[in-house]
Design a binder for this molecule. Structure first.
Ligand code: SF4
Length: 331
């Protein structure tokens, strides 16, 4: 059996596949578990404070309850808490492999980071090339699923969210993931279009499992999932360094804004849900997003991995009602 390598956010997964390791995005294990709260409880039992982001606690809980003994931690370009997570995991005996996306998006620095990762996992350029074409083919299928969401309107926002979210590790087997994506595309081709107000979702993926079902049940269709789409590496390039340089998520709000604005226009989005996580430094980005997107934005905050609370549901209902009134006024 190949060795599992965990990671805290999207990294150049090509390197792990080329090394023969099985990539595992710890976030996906946490949030798709039938009882994710138990991971949070595990972290708190070990001393993590209540007033800390529950994603971080979830990642810690996943590692502690699994046999994962190697974790790639993204020290720059993701979360301000990762350093502390890396330290406590290291203290617990987990091998930590640091990786950084340079904030200035500088090519040479990124190339050095990818080289270091290749060296750590014993991968040379020939090994990398042997998986590259296969991975790019899977990403093309994911791009088609995204297009079928906003152009053909035959894929729900939740399906779109899950396909792209899982692109970070392709569930540990990119060939199988690619086959499953192709099967999904074939099935979805025969559906009728989804009606509803086209919405965008921006921010880190939601910790609440019912968000998409709730919003789409109110007559909306989420046709853009910003960060999840980035996890699927939508900017195709033959060059791995360029691919991860064009990827917007690690390079700050201004890199992301360009992409968000472009997709709002291209997809005809009428309103945006901005999700923020309790105790996350990214809350500050909300100020910039609200002032610059040019469409109505609602900001919702999640905390624990459980269904939406009543207050958030009421706020979403009022927001969607307002969008419907605006749409009627435009007709
Ligand atoms: S939600 Fe924010 S604080 Fe939590 S893990 Fe993600 S980036 Fe870090």
């Amino acid at each position: 059996m190949s060795r599992v390598a965990g990671f805290t956010t999207t990294i150049p997964v090509e390197v792990l596949f080329a090394s023969g390791a099985t990539p595992c995005d710890l976030n996906n294990v946490f949030v798709t578990h039938p009882d994710p709260i138990h991971y949070v409880a595990r972290a708190e039992k070990d001393g993590f404070p209540k007033n800390m982001c529950n994603w971080i606690k979830g990642l810690y809980g996943v590692v502690r309850e699994s046999a994962i003994d190697t974790v790639i931690t993204v020290m720059e370009g993701d979360c301000s808490n990762t350093r502390a997570l890396a330290e406590i995991l290291s203290y617990r005996g987990v091998r930590i492999v640091p990786f950084s996306f340079p904030f200035d998006r500088e090519r040479e620095s990124l190339a050095r980071e990818i080289d270091k990762l290749m060296h750590t996992f014993g991968v040379d350029p020939t090994m990398l090339a042997s998986v590259d074409a296969g991975l790019r083919a899977v990403r093309e299928s994911l791009a088609l699923i995204d297009r079928m969401t906003w152009e053909d309107r035959v894929v729900t926002g939740e399906e779109n969210h899950l396909w792209q979210l899982r692109a970070s590790d392709m569930e540990g087997d990119y060939e199988q993931y690619g086959k499953a994506a192709k099967g999904f595309i074939e099935e979805a081709r025969h559906r009728g279009p989804i009606r509803g107000i086209p919405l965008g979702y921006v921010g880190v993926p939601p910790i609440n499992p019912d968000l998409y079902a709730f919003v789409e049940g109110l007559g909306c269709h989420v046709i853009y999932n910003e960060v999840q789409r980035q996890f699927s590496l939508p900017f195709s390039s033959d060059d791995i360094i360029e691919r991860y340089r064009l990827y917007t998520y690690p390079y700050g709000i201004f890199a992301r804004l360009t992409d968000i604005r472009q997709e709002i226009d291209r997809r005809g989005i009428r309103g945006v849900i901005h999700y923020v996580q309790a105790f996350c430094y990214r809350v500050v980005e909300d100020i910039i997003l609200k002032e610059t997107l040019g469409v109505p934005v609602i900001t919702i905050e999640g905390d624990l991995p459980k269904p939406l609370d009543t207050r958030t549901k009421l706020r979403l209902e009022a927001f969607i009602e307002m969008l419907k009134e605006r749409a009627d006024g435009d007709d």
